[in-house]
Ligand binder design. Structure first.
Ligand code: G3P
Length: 217
């Protein structure tokens, strides 16, 4: 299972990269706005800065919602760095754009996916990644994890290569459950990745070991 970090915060990206378990980064316009990045030049520089911190894939989202606009923006983004994956929203023109990019060998991440039907379309169009937003489904009292298992079943039935990138992850149990269900990637806030480290018995056990070690120092 790959771990991506879901942020545009360079300090957090660096912290996750330094941990040695990071496989990539996902961003979106809201995450960019959260760290105060706006305007084409600043956004472009920020993507390059991210690519220089990590070694894996970096999802960069188009703003256009029409086919021509998405193709224009996506081609520019893909040309920025070999690690860039073009993030495209799950809309009609988005599916056409994913198909276009797939035929040109440009990798894509189909975002804002909330149903198995949408995930099936994204795979048929040749998306590299599909991003089901599990937390936002949970927010409206719908089982986000169930969507992961439905997509896994459908993709396995037909051997689709599209990777399931579980997104909108809110806590460490989402990561564990996604791992059990066979998601290929989880994109997580840093807090959820770090929470995987924690267990009170680890802390108590280590405290005891260190106290005992002093007896023989
Ligand atoms: O990767 C998608 C993610 O950024 C959305 O997460 O927490 O805004 O639902 P959230």
């Amino acid at each position: 299972m790959k771990f991506f970090i879901d942020t545009a915060d360079l300090a957090q990206i660096k912290e996750a990269q330094d941990l040695g378990v990071l496989d990539g980064v996902t961003t979106n316009p809201s995450l960019m706005a959260k760290v105060g990045i706006s305007g084409e030049a600043a956004v472009t520089k920020h993507y390059i800065d991210i690519c220089n911190i990590v070694t894996g894939d970096v999802s960069a989202e188009v703003i256009a919602t029409d086919f021509d606009g998405m193709v224009r923006e996506g081609e520019k983004l893909a040309a920025l760095h070999k690690q860039i994956v073009v993030k495209i929203p799950m809309i009609k023109d988005g599916i056409k754009a994913i198909k276009y990019f797939s035929s040109k060998g440009i990798r894509t991440n189909c975002t804002l996916v909330f149903s198995a039907g949408q995930a099936l379309l994204a795979a048929k169009a040749g998306a590299t990644y599909v991003s089901p937003f599990i937390g936002r489904l949970d927010d409206i009292s719908t089982d986000g994890l169930n969507l992961i298992s439905e997509i896994r079943l459908i993709y396995d039935n037909y051997g689709f290569n599209t990777q399931i990138l579980a997104a909108s992850i809110r806590h460490q149990m989402h990561i564990i459950d996604c791992a059990k269900l066979g998601a290929d990637v989880a994109t997580c806030p840093l807090s959820a990745i770090l929470a995987l480290l924690k267990h009170p018995l680890t802390d108590n056990g280590l405290k005891q070991f260190l106290e005992d070690a002093k007896k023989f120092a």
